[in-house]
Write a protein that binds this ligand. Structure first.
Ligand code: ADP
Ligand code: MG
Length: 255
């Protein structure tokens, strides 16, 4: 039996992401090994670990940017399988923010943010624009709405990417090293937006090496190495005294 990692201190909150016995291979390469992890409503999970440990693969698997071979993934009651309806349903509920922003370069900021609501949710353009401005204001970019991504700084583009994900009104947000491609002076403005989201109760999985942010915002720390969850702990315990040698060494290197 593999252990199912779940936040005991949030035990009365419904499970939003339920990963059970997950295994994934890239051809012969076993990239995710026996991952069983639950994320509860409102929980903030920070995933850390060395480069190549499978962090991106894990969160990309949750909304089917990558396919898995064994185990089950359930998001807000929908089983992730090959049924396109299920995949679409899950993608509606899971917002994703990448290291490289991934905005559409030929579209204005506003068009980037309304594209999901209009094309995926079939929302009227007028309503989508209202929603877009709500979230662009929230990330402090509303006055840039008619510019193109290339005219914005990296930090601003990443805030737009967050607004674009939020415009779909997801149940969960996944962040994959959202500040790793940013100049140091822009990291804070993005982390501040994420911190606010957390305070508003958003369920989040964040892959990040920003341990100051993790300490402040996370409920739960997950440390991965070579495709496995090596350590899972409430944030205070993790930083006070990591149990595993590998997490200790990792923390020593990056703190
Ligand atoms: P992390 O995000 O922790 O740095 P990744 O999930 O990106 O790790 O990668 C985990 C491992 O899987 C690495 O060894 C990487 O080279 C490999 N990998 C990632 N994506 C692919 C792919 N599309 N095909 C083959 N191998 C991949
Ligand atoms: Mg990665």
């Amino acid at each position: 039996m593999t252990q199912i990692y779940t936040a005991a201190h949030l035990g009365d909150k419904p499970v939003i992401i339920d990963i059970n016995g997950l295994n994934k291979w890239y051809d012969q390469f076993h990239v995710l090994k026996d991952i069983s992890l639950q994320v509860r409503q409102g929980e903030r999970v920070v995933v850390c670990g060395p480069s190549g440990s499978g962090k991106s693969t894990l969160i990309r698997t949750i909304n089917r940017l990558e396919e898995h071979q064994e185990g089950t993934i359930e998001v807000n009651g929908t089983i992730l399988n090959n049924d396109v309806k299920h995949i679409e349903q899950i993608r509606r509920e899971v917002g994703m923010v990448f290291q490289q922003f991934n905005l559409f370069p030929h579209m204005t900021i506003l068009d980037n943010v309304i594209s999901g609501p209009v094309h995926v949710r079939n929302m009227a353009r007028k309503d989508a624009i209202d929603i877009a401005y709500t979230y662009l204001k929230r990330v402090g970019i509303a006055e840039q709405a008619n510019k193109f991504p290339g005219q914005l700084s990296g930090g601003q583009q990443q805030r737009v990417a967050i607004a674009r994900a939020l415009a779909m009104q997801p149940e969960v947000m996944l962040f994959d090293e959202p500040t790793s491609a940013l100049d140091p002076e822009m990291i804070k403005e993005v982390l501040d937006v994420m911190r606010e989201l957390a305070e508003q109760g958003m369920t989040m999985i964040c892959v990040t090496h920003e341990m100051g942010f993790a300490r402040e915002v996370a409920d739960t720390m997950v440390f991965m190495d070579r495709g496995q969850i090596v350590e899972y702990a409430p944030v205070k315990e993790f930083f006070a005294a990591p149990k595993e040698e590998r997490s200790r060494m990792f923390l020593e290197q990056i703190l």
